[in-house]
Write a protein of this length. Structure first.
Length: 212
């Protein structure tokens, strides 16, 4: 499934390239694969806008792209090598948030579908793959209201993707995304994610969309 979101990066890159060209900026598209180091050495770009979030379906390998950019001393956008590496583990990120005084919903990491449920968790709960992003498997079935439904969802996710699942209390509210721009002065921009959910589901949130 992660190959689907990986494939979408190329169309995103073409759209962004169009905007940059209209601004008078020279643009070249580089694939995030094993040929990248040689292409970068040959092209010698002034800066790389990094849109790679997985390589061969593996999100952890995306950090290798940043390693190449660091070694070639090419400036790039997005999180740094450490930040991006940490970002591929939702459970670890929550631990870091808590250590820095940032509140998060009550949560639990499940490695099997039979583990006891933490008594502090309150339904409804939302289930998320711990190491895959891009809203993969975020559907109407992601929010569960009973232990039976939770066990069923865990069995499906763990059995299908062979990885742990993060379960957290579902919170109804406004979804906001934050963008940090670093330059002479750091600037943070906040934007609301408008949910145009026309499904019959009880809970409205941003779901995975696969368009062929």
């Amino acid at each position: 499934m992660q190959y689907i979101t990986e494939r979408g990066a190329y169309s995103d890159a073409k759209i962004m390239a169009g905007y940059l060209k209209r601004m008078g900026i020279s643009v070249a598209l580089y694939p995030g694969n094993s040929k990248l180091p040689f292409l970068l050495k040959k092209g010698k770009p002034d800066m790389v806008i990094n849109l790679v979030d997985s390589f061969k379906g593996n999100e952890f390998l995306a950090s290798a792209v940043l390693g190449v950019l660091e070694m070639l001393e090419i400036p790039y956008t997005g999180a740094g090598l450490l930040g991006q590496s940490l970002n591929y583990n939702k459970f670890l990120i929550k631990k870091i948030f808590i250590q820095n005084g940032i509140p998060v919903p009550n949560y639990q990491l499940f490695n099997t579908s039979r583990e006891p449920i933490n008594s502090t968790l309150r339904f409804p709960l939302i289930t998320k793959l711990n190491e895959i992003h891009g809203s993969v498997e975020i559907t109407d079935d992601s929010v569960v209201e009973s232990e039976g439904d939770l066990r069923k969802r865990l069995k499906y996710l763990i059995g299908t993707y062979q990885q742990s699942v993060l379960v957290e209390e579902y919170i109804v509210g406004t979804e906001v995304t934050a963008v940090l721009l670093e330059g002479f002065k750091k600037k943070v921009y906040l934007g609301e994610i408008v949910i145009n959910d026309e499904s019959d589901g009880k809970y409205k949130f941003k779901k995975f969309e696969y368009v062929i």
